[in-house]
Every structure is written in C-alpha cells, then in structure tokens.
Design a protein around this ligand. Structure first.
Ligand code: S3P
Length: 437
C-alpha cells in the first residue's frame, strides 16, 4: 500500500503514545512463564506483539482478549512443545526472547519468520543458549531454528554486541537453569526485563554492566499496565519540531534512561521540549512530552549513546535534515542488522528527497538544509521496514514537496495507529487504498 504525506499543515494537539513494543512482548512472555493469571492493559496490539501472543498460546498459555485488555493464564514454567513452527513474523524481539524462554522450559520448538527476520543473525542468542546446554539447530545462524531446552546450566556470558534482546534471552533461559547466570554487557541496554521480573516475583540484580539471575525461579502472575513507547512517540514529536507553527504532546511515554537518547539529543540540537512526569507503570517512570516547532542545529553524536536510541536513527536523520549544519552519528553498525539495513535505508531516504547524506565506515553524515530547505518530492524505498516508512511520511509533512513511500502496510508491525494519530494532529497523509484525509 503506497502512501504520501503532503506539506503545509501545522500540527497541534495531544495524543496518547501507543503501548511500548518491548514491554508488551515481555509482559506476554513473563505471564506465559508464570503460574496463575496475569492481566495486561495497554498492550500494543501490533503485528509483532500479536505474533508473540499467538506463540505463547501455542506454547500452552491461555491467551484471551476481553473488554478490559488481555488475560494470560500461565504455564508455571512448563511450556508444551507446539505441533507447528512458531512464526514470529517480522519480530526480532519476539523470536529472540522466546528462544531463551523455550530453552529454559525444556520444550522443543521450531521458529520461523518473514523474509526480513529470516535474514537476521540469530547466533548471538543461539551461542549462549548452547553454552547453557540447550540443543539449538539453525540454518547457518539464521531461521529456521529448532530449540530443545533444559535442564540448563548457568552461564557467565559477555556478549560482544550491546543488545537487550540477547541479554533478555539469556535471563529468560536462566530462570530454568540451576545456579547463577551473569550477563556482562559491553554497554548499558534497555532493562525492561530486569524491571518487570520483580513484578512477577522474580529476583535479578544489576551491578554496573553485570546482570545476575539465580535459577531456578518460579514466577507468579500479576497485573501489567503497559506504558507508552518512546520509539513510536518519536515520529509525531519530530514532526512537531520540524513542521512550522506546530505544538504537539505525546502522553504516558516511558522515561527510562536506557530509552531516552533521542530526546536528550533533540535538546542538544535546540529542540523546545518539555517533560511532565506521569505515573509509574510496569516498573517504568513515564512522562508527557511536549514540543514546539524549533530551529534545530546539527550535532556530532558519540557512539556510546546508540543503544539508548537504536531504533530512532531514521527519524533523527529526518530531524537532522531540517537542522542547520552538518550532523554526524557515530557507531551505527547494528543498524545493518535491523528489520532492513537501516543505515543504507536512512541515507537513501534522505538522498531521494534532496538531502546530502553519506555513510563513512559505521557513521552516518547528514548535511542539514535548515527549516525551509528540504526539497522532498522523492519516493522512499522502505524495504518493508516500518521505521523507514514512518520517517519518510514525517519528512513529507515539512518538506517543500510531498514525500511518497512505496509501502505503508508494514507500519502495523509496531504502530498500527500511526496514520490516524498523525491525521488527528493535522497531518495530511494519503494512502492509495484509503479515502484521502
Ligand atoms: C529491543 C531491543 C533492540 C531494539 C528492538 C527492541 C528489545 O534490539 O532494536 O526494537 O525489546 O529488547 P537489540 O537489543 O538487539 O539492539
């Protein structure tokens, strides 16, 4: 489904940030591992998360949706071996975390996914799970993967890559291992698993970059209210900064320092951004974020900020295109292993719309053209990547000419309400198969 966004419409208003994708996956998986019933409200009902919901049901959890939200009846750590492969679609988080969870329960499961997920590296998770005693077979470190779990031994693992998915997969497996597992991270990554485990009665300790979990542990069902996703909120907020005459608020956004890199960077670039603290949810602080149109300036970003905003580089690059002066984002090798090669895709998105961007080693360099200087008028090739699609549509709201994207359908993997939310703020986004706004 191709789509385009048209410039010339100031954005205003307040919208609730959609439920956080990372927290939603974890809530379903921990509830499925726990004993008894869990209630989850505010779950992100995106394609990625629904794939995880189907997978935990196939592993034996009772998964029900009613008027209040989601009810999950857990397996008390005893997943059953599904008859058919678990298809996690486009979701790296779903597949990698579930591989760890299955390894810790002693079930056998096959894992598959779409073409994008099937091309992504899985050895980063299979290696530590194998070291713990799980039987893992793969196709050259890619899907399809078969895992037969437990009984597991603990592991002291130092991943080479800063990845919350790897850390979380090991911690979930460690729930079923006998003894203390330690994950030593090369840099801090999002800690939603560590924050949520105690809500299910789990015990995990963080000491600097070392995370320790002593197994075996039995979890108990609980209530989880999912807070808003800073990675999704980022699109409307950057739109509010670059579209003239705008004032936009996103409410209930996670305020975790492991997720707020983009917001710190936007402030360094001159963004007028205010934070109003909200209530804690799922072990996370939340804030309402408000922005006004701002004159942004380019920024030179250090590599070590990348894990705290790894999914935000496409939309940050759009902000940098509208900033005065050059920006350099360092150390982005991991972007090549996302839903698409996001480093190449982001540079191409800018270039297609008249903004000079180049890749040097693992760095992205953007020549900002200032608030009124971005030509637009291009067609963005999304490679089926939801974040490139949303970044392209935001660019079109502020460029001189409309921006087209080849496919908006994949936006539903992380933010099904994106186009409706942007329209509610005043954006003009047209889809080929829908009535125009
Ligand atoms: C996620 C971690 C990140 C991020 C992904 C969600 C998570 O991946 O890109 O969208 O929920 O743990 P890595 O941890 O592999 O960088």
């Amino acid at each position: 489904m191709p789509a385009k966004s048209l410039p010339g419409h100031a954005l205003s208003g307040s919208i609730a940030a959609p439920g956080d994708k990372s927290v939603s996956h974890r809530a379903l998986i921990l509830a499925a591992l726990a004993s008894g019933e869990s209630r989850i409200t505010g779950l992100l009902e995106s394609a990625d998360v629904l794939a995880t919901a189907r997978a935990v049901a196939a592993l034996g959890a009772g998964v029900h949706r009613d008027g209040e939200g989601w009810r999950v009846v857990g397996t008390n750590g005893r997943f059953r071996s599904p008859d058919r492969a678990l298809d996690l679609g486009n979701s790296g988080t779903g597949v990698r975390l579930l591989m760890g969870a299955v390894a810790g329960t002693g079930a056998t499961a096959d894992f598959t996914g779409d073409a994008s997920l099937s091309s992504r590296p899985m050895a980063r998770v299979l290696d530590p799970l194998t070291a713990m005693g799980a039987d893992c077979t793969s196709t050259g470190g890619r899907l399809p993967v078969r895992i037969t779990g437990g009984p597991l031994r603990p592991v002291d693992w130092s991943p080479e890559i800063a990845s919350a998915q790897v850390k979380s997969a090991i911690l979930l497996a460690a729930l079923g291992a006998q003894g203390e597992t330690i994950v030593r991270e090369p840099a801090p990554t999002r800690d939603h698993t560590e924050r949520m485990l105690p809500l299910f009665g789990g015990r995990v300790e963080t000491d600097g970059l070392a995370v320790r979990l002593s197994g075996p542990q039995a979890l108990i069902g609980t209530r989880i209210d999912v807070p808003g996703d800073p990675s999704s909120a980022a699109f409307a907020l950057v739109a509010g900064l670059i579209v003239p005459g705008s004032a936009v608020t996103l409410t209930g956004v996670i305020a975790n320092p492991a997720r707020d890199g983009l917001y710190r960077v936007l402030e360094r670039m001159g963004a007028k951004l205010t934070r109003t603290p909200g209530r804690a949810m799922a072990g996370e602080e939340t804030v309402d974020l408000s922005v006004e149109t701002s004159a942004l300036r380019g920024v030179d970003l250090e590599a070590d900020i990348a894990p705290s905003m790894i999914d935000e580089y496409p939309i940050l690059a759009v902000a940098a295109a509208f900033a005065g002066g050059q920006s350099r984002f360092r150390g982005l090798a991991e972007l090549r292993a996302k839903e698409s090669d996001r480093l190449a895709g982001t540079a191409a998105l800018l270039a297609a719309n008249g903004v000079a961007a180049r890749i040097e080693g693992d760095d992205l360099i953007v020549s900002g053209l200032g608030p009124a200087g971005v030509p637009g008028g291009g067609k963005v090739v999304t490679h089926g990547d939801h974040r490139l699609a949303m970044a392209g549509l935001v660019m079109g709201c502020a460029a001189r000419e409309a921006v087209r994207i080849d496919d908006a359908a994949m936006i539903a993997t992380s933010y099904p309400g994106f186009i409706d939310d942007m329209r509610a703020l005043g954006a003009q986004i047209e889809c080929e198969n829908r009535e125009t706004a």
